[in-house]
Design a protein around this ligand. Structure first.
Ligand SMILES: *Cc1c(COP(=O)(O)O)cnc(C)c1O
Length: 413
């Protein structure tokens, strides 16, 4: 092996306009470059406490147990599902895209009895559809996705908390792709657990997953732990399985590490914690609601531009996430060729899609640090040029004009 074949890393410049990851805010990258601390250094545990407080603000929650799980967004999902689901528990998953299927897959690994309801991709559920399924299945947990980037749809959650309380169901949502760019009210909506990730609207690098847990779900998790420690409980007598089949994702142990006990578990990912702290600080400095308005502004500007190009959009626009748009690949256009030209000639990445939508739509994101006017304008102009080059006729300049018109109209408000 010749080390000269491995020059110092120097990644190419890219504008990431897909469904995530997106470019990280430079202030977040800077926060990651500080020297490491020992995991019990008072400075480090102070930062951990600050992160808990900051993310309470981001999640709109008073939950004491609001912390980071080290690993990408699915680490947060797995930690919650593994810790809260007892083998044999019934769970209900309303599936409206790929990430609903992911929840089913993980829940099955937790030996849950998984029940699903489905709507076609591009739609969401009404609260009645979910309540009917809850009445029929009588699950112990409702596992939802708030924003499913595979379809760009945002499932309304505000009415579901009441329903869950009425039927004594624990209420979880995967807000990885939606948090920070769309309204999420953990406490007001009576969510028992929420998990997120950094690389979408939060504007950081993937690698940590913020989670928040209600007292109700913490009780369930703690109840399991006591049995492991040899104390017999109600649940043990009824024969249910108490063991949490993961050490790394055992939320009881993770709480003991983040809590005043500071019991050694893993070594907190220090640089990732610095970046997550800076993401939350920037979001709260801007104001969570201002940030959501910003995501809507630029998402709508992109939408107007795409429509002015004569392109069709995917899904029910009433329920679209603010931060990602599905664009139907026009007849006679090779979607992958467009993505290749966008990347090679403009250094812009847009997203492909999965499953039933594979080869049918592109997904364009405007989120986090890239929910900005210049990103929208650059992407529209590049896409228009590429499409014209490939002989898909658009009126040159129409997309930019439509986006400008939208910005001007919103300015006058
Ligand atoms: C992007 C996304 C994820 C990503 O999970 P990672 O483990 O961070 O790759 C999970 N859930 C949803 C809804 C997403 O949109």
């Amino acid at each position: 092996m010749e080390i000269s074949q491995f020059p110092q890393i120097n990644p190419p410049h890219r504008l990431l306009m897909g469904p995530g990851p997106v470019n990280a805010d430079p202030r977040v990258l800077r926060a990651m470059s500080y020297q490491l601390l020992g995991q019990y250094d008072p400075a480090m545990t102070h930062y951990m406490n600050e992160v808990m407080a900051l993310y309470r603000g981001v999640f709109r929650s008073q939950n004491r147990w609001t912390m980071l799980i080290d690993g990408t967004s699915r680490a947060g999902i797995e930690a919650i599902l593994l810790s809260a689901i007892r083998p044999g528990d019934k769970v209900l998953v309303p599936v409206f895209g790929r990430f609903g299927h992911l929840l089913c897959e993980i829940a099955r690994r937790c030996r849950a009895d998984v029940h699903t309801i489905e709507v076609p991709w591009g739609e969401v559920f009404t609260p009645d559809q979910i309540e009917d399924a809850i009445k029929r299945v009588r699950p112990r947990l409702l596992l939802t996705v708030q924003g499913d980037t595979s379809t760009t749809m945002l499932q309304p959650l505000a009415a579901l908390g009441d329903i869950c309380r009425r039927y004594d169901v624990l209420f979880y949502t995967d807000a990885t792709a939606s948090l920070g760019g769309n309204t999420l009210e953990t406490d007001a909506w009576q969510l028992d657990a929420v998990s997120a990730g950094m690389q979408k609207c939060l504007g950081g690098p993937s690698g940590t997953s913020p989670v928040t847990l209600s007292e109700r779900i913490v009780d369930v998790i703690r109840h399991r732990r006591r049995v492991e420690e040899g104390i017999r409980t109600e649940a043990h007598r009824d024969g249910s399985d108490e063991m949490i089949y993961s050490n790394y994702f055992d939320l009881g142990m993770i709480m003991d590490y983040w809590g005043p006990e500071r019991l050694n578990h893993h070594t907190e990912a220090t640089s990732a914690l610095f970046s997550a702290r800076e993401c939350a600080r920037l979001i709260l400095q801007e104001g969570l609601d201002n940030g959501i308005t910003r995501h809507k502004l630029h998402g709508d500007a992109l939408l107007h531009g795409i429509q002015a190009m004569g392109l069709e959009t995917f899904g029910d626009l009433k329920h679209k996430m603010n931060n990602v748009l599905g664009v139907v690949i026009p007849q006679g256009i090779n979607g992958e060729q467009v993505r290749k030209l966008m990347l090679e000639d403009f250094a812009i990445e847009i997203g492909t899609s999965f499953g039933p939508l594979h080869g049918k739509i592109w997904r364009i994101g405007t989120m986090g640090y890239n929910a900005r006017k210049d990103c929208v304008m650059t992407t529209l102009s590049a896409l228009e040029s590429v499409l014209n080059y490939l002989k898909f006729p658009t009126t040159q300049g129409a997309a930019m004009q439509a986006a400008w018109d939208h910005y001007c109209a919103m300015d006058r408000h």
